[in-house]
Design a protein around this ligand. Sequence first.
Ligand code: M6R
Length: 607
Amino acid sequence: MCGIVGILGATPVADRLLEGLKRLEYRGYDSAGICTEHDGELDRRRAPGKLANLAERLRADPLPGLIGIAHTRWATHGGPTEDNAHPHIAGDVSVVHNGIIENFRPLREELIADGRTFLSETDTEVVAHLVDRELKRGLGAREAVAAVLPRLHGAFALAVLVRTEPDVLFGARLGAPLTVGYGDGENYLGSDAHALAPLTQRIAYLEEGDWAEVRRDRVQIFDRDNATVEREIVNSGVFGHAADRGNYRHFMQKEIYEQPVVVAQTLRSYLQRLEGRVTLPIPESDLSDVRRVTVVACGTSFYAGMVARYWFEQFARVPVDIDVASEFRYRQPVMEPGGLALFISQSGETADTLAALRHARAEGQRIAVVCNVPTSSMAREADILLPTHAGPEIGVASTKAFTCQLAVLAALAANLARAKGKLSEAAEREIVRHLSEAPAAINGALAYDEAIEAMAGTVASARDVLYLGRGTDYPLALEGALKLKEISYIHAEGYAAGEMKHGPIALIDDAVPVIVIAPSGPLFEKTVSNMQEVRARGGRVILISDYDGVAAAGEGCIATITMPKVHPLIAPIVYAVPVQLLAYHVAVAKGTDVDQPRNLAKSVTVE
Ligand code: M6R
């Protein structure tokens, strides 16, 4: 899941390619590189690690040229070294690639047998060799690219630069997104509209199997059968200003603090507060015949889906299946007609979720998408698009997207319940009232930031941490553990509190902090009993509850975090905040790279 940019420019391109890469760094930051053509030669700069390293290299050794391709990498085949950094060059051909060429081994063997030498461990290098071999056999660049594409299996978005034809760039996509940007005397390729935003808003999204020949004055697009096709040029609506951290130390911190505003913003488009009604951007009758909901997502978005399952079943009495996207297709799920398949994704580009979406469509399901990026592949492929209005989320750890997803999912659950005749007007008014209280309650939760920071040291020195919760707090326990793992590198697990005595309680000793998420409510007593079982075995408990909960059960805990008292419906939205803040402060205490933690990328565009 890498980011690619290509520019066929009227002026030098290296700085602009670098700017495009900055906007794609969310796709990976293991290494980066740029290749241009100038003075009849291909020339490149590459650097392992963050983009800043490439920028430094370019400062020391600038790269001229009016045409170029660029890449930011999340390593799949081969470590994050300079040799494995893209662009790869073979003879007269330079290539950048996002995705995985699944049949690269036999292709590589074939090319080696043909006398070709490989300089990297990547799957991508075969593409450069294959195109170069066709050129050496006498084909023109366009014919060479057309001859090679059908030989590649797997998922790819490619940009190809050919030394001998320096007025043309080639792009191709299959299973990974690629856009063509239309400029003034210039044209572009980019992984997404965001990468090209400083250059143009005029974008065409290539479709599966498409490839493009991009020149300064025209773009020709072909389908997988090499027939010329037209793809609509749309206004991306994405503008050039880059997100900035303001006065915050990290994007993650800023995004945690944005939650009262973005959750309110999101709820505004789903709630009619005065009327006490929940509305979706679709006709109500659309949902009345839904007999089953299949929820599919990854990571934090999956945990939002787990919370929503409780709501769909409780309010609408509709059965719910839920899967992580990477498992969904492979268990051959049974989906009956009349089903609603619901995909949740911040980016709208997660490869597994997108593939699951296409699978569900092929199985005759209606496709609903909860998504934060309206120009994304999932948003464009949805029958029912339910946007979150979180704004760009830059920190790799998802925070504000999660709480906005929960807000939309609560609205969807209420809407589904009403469409199915399971929700009275009075009950709907109550739901609207509780949801409307969420932004202020999140504000209240943020007030405990300093208290949470003060206890972060206790967790930062631990090797393992457990999170416990019941009901909708169980997915929150999983989310807390994920947040802590990904940014502080501390091993953490989330468990359903009642499940502890079936095995995990064996892990308890005084070195393992146990974070218990237990707002007062119907499940409080049961969670507290499980918490006491942990304490009885020497476990050190941090209790997150409200004033009543802390008063009732806080004694003997090593620390307590007191949240505002909220209705159980919005508890997962509000309690997400201390969970996020704790992970954040632990990571800061440990000195990790909070916004770009090791081995990760913001958007996971490979299976
Ligand atoms: O863009 P998506 O919501 O589809 O991404 C899904 C996961 O990759 C994502 O939530 C990931 O788990 C986050 N890094 C968690 O903080």
